[in-house]
Design a protein around this ligand. Structure first.
Ligand code: GAR
Length: 198
């Protein structure tokens, strides 16, 4: 059985696009949710014939929870979803919800570190290397067991735009790889560690 996946987004949706283009043999994106009506990712989903959903503003968490439960999902991917996830939803998808973050966790992550703010913080700090991380979602922001990481070297003349572009290329690789392994039941969580296997 192919795994049924929902992807949650807030903006451009380039990571969503990578997932839509990947055409997994063991999984499919059946639903794309955005907290923002104007997110370009919604258009990408429609172009692929994937159902889209924008939770009701007044009743956000309940409306999101109900929709995701009704969709009979195996997994959820947070792909540039910049809103805090309710504990009830995290609990319902323990070890079945994957997030992508544009840094090498545990650096430049947690509260306030999202989108291009991360690249700005990386440049301000002067680190030589940054990267991208996928992890399972737990209650604490960006703290769940790490699935894959890729390293990106910071160049002396990098700007937020040039650095973010190189990090995004790595994100697209590891988000696809993580979802592929997930759909093949090849990610096994043991405490803080994710064992990769058959
Ligand atoms: C990505 O860089 C993703 O890692 C980041 O938002 C961007 C969304 O890009 N997510 C976070 O910062 C979460 N803390 P996209 O909409 O083009 O996929």
């Amino acid at each position: 059985m192919r795994k049924r996946l929902a992807v949650l987004i807030s903006g451009n949706g380039s990571n969503l696009q990578a997932l839509l283009d990947a055409k997994f043999t063991q999984g499919e994106v059946v639903l794309v949710v955005s907290n923002k009506k104007t997110a370009y990712g919604l258009q990408r989903a429609e172009n692929h014939g994937v159902e889209t959903f924008i939770p009701d503003k007044e009743n956000y968490n309940a409306s999101l929870y109900e929709k995701l439960m009704d969709a009979n999902l195996d997994g959820i991917v947070l792909a540039g979803y910049l809103k805090i996830i309710d504990k009830k939803l995290i609990d319902a998808f323990e070890n079945r919800m994957i997030n992508i973050h544009p840094s090498l966790i545990p650096s430049f992550c947690g509260k306030g570190f999202y989108g291009e703010r991360v690249a700005q913080a990386v440049l301000d700090y002067g680190v030589r290397y940054t990267g991208a991380t996928t992890h399972f979602v737990t209650e604490l922001a960006d703290e769940g067991p790490i699935i894959f990481q890729e390293v990106v070297a910071v160049n002396p003349n990098d700007t937020v735009e040039t650095l973010s572009k190189r990090v995004l290329e790595k994100e697209h690789q590891i988000i696809v790889k993580s979802v592929e392994y997930f759909c093949n039941d090849a990610l096994h969580v043991q405490g803080r560690h994710v064992l990769i296997g058959e």
